[in-house]
Design a protein around this ligand. Structure first.
Ligand code: PLP
Length: 422
């Protein structure tokens, strides 16, 4: 029989969201009349904006005509989109990024998962904890993570982000080669301000580390001192790759489009001791394994940068952020400790009464008919926390806050009951 990649056998059998779905389905089977409000998986609910829809209709028409038909596109993405990204996402913030430092893709999950292809399997990895699970699992698949012992991978350095440190991770101690940072953060909804991010760039420079900076939620930033791009920090082009996504910005979770910035200044070391351009390596990787995002989707993404598109995108983000502040204020008023929801569409809740994150999950499901995500699913420091998303419909969010507020009295009694059982 064919030998397999044994690293896959290291992965725990089940995936967080499938565990969540199983419990929801079991509850539904027992309580068919309860309408569950789903605030767990971070998928959007609002339609794609009219400017992008119109652009896709036009692009479909292009494909129907021999003169305007597009076959295989450039693996790096079409210049019409890359140019918009350079101008609107970077130049407008006084960041100088060249068009050939931008790589259009089918989303940030693929790129954050695939980037390891160009790095040595010996690299030591650090992640903030809790964390978007893709960073960890893809390193397990590549053989960089070691073994899972008590919920931690032996070769991964975990940088706890909890209420105790204000969700600001300390700098690493184990000399990692690669550091994943995601800001605004999924799952905690917290951010790093400029001076906090500066420390990371400085650390990476001083320690020859590479920062993989995921800014999938950049469009949700509302406060002025929060960097939208790591390249706002001087020197970051020497130490960081940045990942962006149109998924949460513009409802492209089903369409699929994102991009990655690999500055030409970034260098790695070959086993012969030669300096190698990471931009050249990523270009080679993409040209070999990826055939480009679809023309129609890239036209849709381009339209997001038009005046109309930008206005429409802002409206949808405002819609979700209204949900976020409703949740944040409603839960605080009900006596819960909450974070996030100001520069991100996620609300991170401290579970009451010392409940574990899965106990709180069960309680909210059973008593309020609300499904969220247990913090433990994002890493060991997520224990005792719970994630709710603001991506629901406004009416559902209002209903969820009402249910939560009226349930919480009951919940704290139930929490007392549960915590009394050791
Ligand atoms: N990065 C983070 C932090 C995310 O939360 C998500 C999606 O939930 C992604 C990347 C994936 O984005 P995409 O839909 O572009 O693959």
């Amino acid at each position: 029989m064919i030998k397999i990649n044994d690293n896959f056998c290291e992965l725990p059998a089940s995936y967080l969201f499938s565990d969540v779905a199983k419990r929801i389905n079991a509850f539904k089977a027992e309580h068919p009349d309860v309408e569950i409000i789903k605030m767990g998986i971070g998928d959007v609910t609002q339609p794609i904006c009219p400017a992008a829809i119109q652009a896709m209709e036009n692009a479909v028409a292009d494909q129907a005509d021999r003169v305007t038909f597009h076959g295989y596109g450039p693996e790096q993405g079409y210049d019409f989109l890359r140019r918009r990204i350079v101008d609107v996402d970077y130049r407008s913030r006084n960041i100088d990024i060249d068009i050939d430092e931008i790589f259009i893709s089918d989303g940030a999950k693929s790129d954050t998962g695939n980037i390891g292809d160009i790095l040595s399997t010996d690299c030591k990895v650090a992640v903030t904890d809790p964390v978007y699970p893709v960073y960890v699992d893809t390193n397990v698949m590549a053989g960089r993570a070691g073994h899972l012992v008590d919920g931690r991978w032996s070769r991964i350095e975990y940088l706890p982000c909890t209420a105790e440190n204000g969700f600001i991770p300390s700098l690493p101690k184990d000399n990692p080669d690669v550091i994943y940072l995601c800001y605004p953060n999924n799952p905690t909804g917290t951010t790093l301000n400029r001076s906090q991010l500066e420390k990371w760039v400085e650390y990476a420079k001083d320690n020859n580390a590479l920062i993989l900076f995921d800014s999938a939620y950049e469009a949700y930033i509302t406060e002025p001192d929060i960097p939208h791009s790591i390249y706002e920090i001087p020197g970051a082009k020497d130490v960081a790759i940045e990942f962006r996504s149109f998924s949460k910005t513009a409802g492209f979770t089903g369409l699929r489009c994102g991009y990655t910035v690999v500055p030409k200044a970034l260098k790695g070391l070959s086993k012969n001791g030669d300096e190698v351009s990471l931009n050249a390596l990523w270009n080679r990787r993409q040209c070999t394994k990826f055939n480009g995002a679809s023309y129609i989707v890239q036209r849709a993404a381009e339209a997001l940068y038009s005046t109309k598109g930008r206005h429409q995108v802002k409206e949808t983000i405002a819609y979700y952020m209204r949900n976020a502040s409703l949740l944040r204020n409603g839960l605080s008023a009900a006596g819960l400790e909450v974070w996030g929801g100001v520069n991100a569409p996620y609300i991170w809740v401290k579970t009451p009464g010392g409940l574990s994150s899965w106990e709180f999950f069960d309680l909210l499901l059973e008593k309020c008919g609300i499904a969220g995500t247990p913090g433990l699913g994002f890493g060991p420091s997520g224990e005792g926390y719970f994630r709710l998303t603001a991506f629901g419909r406004y009416e559902d969010t209002v209903a969820a806050v009402e249910r939560l507020s009226s349930c919480l009295l009951y919940t704290s009694d139930a929490a007392d009951d549960l915590t009394r059982v050791d």
